[in-house]
Structure formats: structure tokens, C-alpha cells
Ligand binder design. Structure first.
Ligand SMILES: [Ca+2]
Ligand SMILES: [Fe+2]
Length: 349
């Protein structure tokens, strides 16, 4: 009898321990900022006090991006900045002062594609980069990670809790500070995966199908595991020239996250009159894998949180209106809804 009592006591202790642990589990946050123009990416990744900003949207997005940084980067140290490629819808926010406006005092590591670009916003961003480098920021072009001894392509957000990103070698990164000769500069996009225990995220900037198909031989077949919860950030804002079935097969996503905004001609009371990013054909491809699809256009700024087992999305509600059957679709009604449950999806555009 005493033995039985002891066993029950032990079980109770074990149970209370495991429930304690569940309540205290750290969350990884991946925040997609709502964009103002049709294109644009700006994503803040956060684990404890370690933050990575991936792109900063266009000039007009600077305000929303700064707000998100202020709310989340409490130590004023941005641990890593990744600028995937030099197009204005990815670096414009930096040129418009996102870093100074959000009170960032230092950046530990600055990563970009290494490609030179001829726009004035690129030149402004270069100047900002060099002023940070002068203050001690480490700078690496994507190429460096695969051609420099002792430079690991794995960056830890937290070693103890196994949270890290792995940069992938797309074979397309130019020599640092050189002009890209490949034509479509979207293809230099810094491409990587974020891992937290049983959850994995893929980020490929604006890479096209050509690079996606190359990745089939460059990402280990076992990397994105069928046993894990995998999240795919749609390439190139959900365009048809990206997001190939080859790409989707590499990640086999349980969830898809898309960044782009409602275009000007879809904002009037006439309703959604023309197709735009994300294109319906691409949504259909995603749906071979999952119906858990979220879009900044309908959800507004949203937070995808991972507890290391699975992921969940909560939106803040969009600030750009759209109409369905001459009626304004209330933003808050759709803030947490997967894309296929929105009025937008019903329009078929
Ligand atoms: Ca920090
Ligand atoms: Fe873009």
C-alpha cells in the first residue's frame, strides 16, 4: 500500500513539473508588417532579446516598421539585419530612417546580398550601413558565408534553446560590392531557414522559379522534415513566376505567409476588380499543401508565434480598406482569418 502511495505521489510531482514547463515555454515571434504599396516585405523575428529584421518595406512603410521595432526591440540592439536584395520595396524603409526613428542604438550583424545597385535609395542605405560599420557593426555579404573560412552560415538566436537560422547558398550571390550580371536582381535574394525545435520557416525574398529549382539540389532532402511544422514565406509576394511546386515540395508547408498590399485599383467601392499578388493560381498551389494561408493584405500586420511545436497567427487588422458587394469589409472581422475564409478569397481575384 505504501509503495502505491509513493508511486502516485511521484506521478503527481512529475505531472506538476511537466505542466509548469508547458506554461513557461518561450515563444518565437515572426511579425509581418502590413505594407502600404502593392509590393513590400518587412519581417521582424524575435526570440527573447534577440531580434532579426528582414527587409524594411518601401519608404511609405517606414512608420509601421518603426512602430513594430519600437514595440519589440526593448534593448535598442538590433541583433541582425538582413536586407535580402536592393529593390526599393525591401530597403526603402531603411533609406527613410526606420533605424533612427525606432531608436536602434546598435546593430550587431548586417547582412545583405552584396550586390551594388544604381538607385539613390540604395546609396542612402550604403551610407547608413557604413556609419554602422564605423561604430562596430559586423558586415557580411551573403557570398562571404560560403567562401570565408571559419564563418558559419548558422546564426544562433539562442544556443541553449536551439533557435537558429541557416543561410542557404543559392549559387547566385555576387562577389561582395559587385554589380550583379544575372539580369533579374530578385535572384540575389538572401535565402535562409529559421528553426525552433519542431517548427521551421523558409524565407527566400523575391527569388524566382529558376533559383527555387536550383535549391532542390542545394537543400538537404531531410532539412524540412515531414515530422515538423513547416512555414513557407511566399516568395516574391506570391507571384506566379515564383512559388513553384518544386519549391513547395522542398518545404512541404503546413502554413504559408504572404507579404503584399491591396493594390490601388482594388481599394475603391467597385470592389476587388483586378487580380494581384498573391495570384489565385499561386493560392491554388499552396492549397495542395495547406489551407493555413495568411496575407498582410487581409490580416494587416500579423504575428506568427511558435511554441517550438506548432505555429499560430494573430492579426492586428488591416488599415487599407476593400469592398465586397458594395459593402466595406470590416477589418477586424478578418484580422485572424486564414485567407480562404476572407471575402477577398470569395471574389476569386
Ligand atoms: Ca536585441
Ligand atoms: Fe519585392
Amino acid at each position: 500500500m505504501k509503495k502505491l502511495k509513493n508511486i502516485i505521489l511521484l506521478l503527481l510531482i512529475l505531472l506538476s513539473f511537466s505542466s509548469c514547463k508547458n506554461n513557461n515555454v518561450e515563444k518565437l515571434y515572426v511579425i509581418f508588417n502590413e505594407m502600404k504599396n502593392q509590393y513590400g516585405d518587412s519581417i521582424l523575428i524575435k526570440y527573447k532579446n534577440f531580434e532579426i529584421l528582414v527587409d524594411a518595406g518601401q519608404n511609405e512603410d517606414a512608420e509601421e516598421v518603426s512602430k513594430t521595432i519600437k514595440e519589440n526591440v526593448k534593448d535598442n540592439i538590433l541583433d541582425t539585419l538582413i536586407l535580402t536584395h536592393p529593390h526599393a520595396d525591401h530597403i526603402g524603409g531603411i533609406a527613410s530612417g526606420v533605424l533612427s526613428n525606432s531608436g536602434i542604438k546598435s546593430i550587431t550583424t548586417w547582412i545583405d546580398s552584396g550586390a551594388l545597385y544604381s538607385t539613390s535609395s540604395f546609396q542612402i542605405v550604403e551610407n547608413i550601413k557604413h556609419s554602422f560599420i564605423d561604430k562596430g557593426t559586423l558586415y557580411h555579404a551573403a557570398y562571404d558565408f560560403f567562401h570565408t573560412e571559419n564563418l558559419s552560415n548558422r546564426i544562433y538566436l539562442d544556443v541553449d534553446d536551439n533557435v537558429y537560422i541557416d543561410l542557404f547558398d543559392t549559387g547566385e550571390y555576387p562577389l561582395p560590392n559587385s554589380t550583379y550580371q544575372g539580369g533579374n536582381i530578385n535572384n540575389v535574394s538572401v535565402t535562409f531557414a529559421l528553426n525552433y525545435n519542431n517548427t521551421q520557416f523558409f524565407f527566400g525574398g523575391d527569388i524566382s522559379k529558376m533559383i527555387e529549382e536550383r535549391l532542390e539540389n542545394r537543400i538537404d532532402k531531410q532539412y524540412f522534415s515531414k515530422d515538423k511544422f513547416t512555414v513557407f514565406k511566399a516568395n516574391h509576394h506570391g507571384s506566379t513566376g515564383s512559388n513553384s511546386l518544386t519549391m513547395l515540395d522542398i518545404v512541404s508547408p503546413n502554413m504559408v505567409l504572404i507579404s503584399s498590399a491591396i493594390s490601388d485599383n482594388n481599394r475603391s467601392q467597385k470592389g476587388v476588380v483586378s487580380s494581384q499578388h498573391p495570384y489565385p493560381a499561386v493560392i491554388s498551389r499552396f492549397r495542395y499543401y495547406t489551407n493555413e494561408i495568411y496575407w498582410t493584405g487581409t490580416n494587416g500586420t500579423f504575428v506568427c508565434s511558435s511554441d517550438g511545436k506548432t505555429c499560430k497567427v494573430e492579426g492586428k487588422g488591416r488599415t487599407i480598406d476593400y469592398y465586397f458587394n458594395n459593402q466595406l469589409v470590416p477589418s477586424l472581422e478578418e484580422k485572424d482569418k486564414p485567407f480562404i475564409e476572407t471575402k477577398w478569397f470569395e471574389t476569386g481575384k
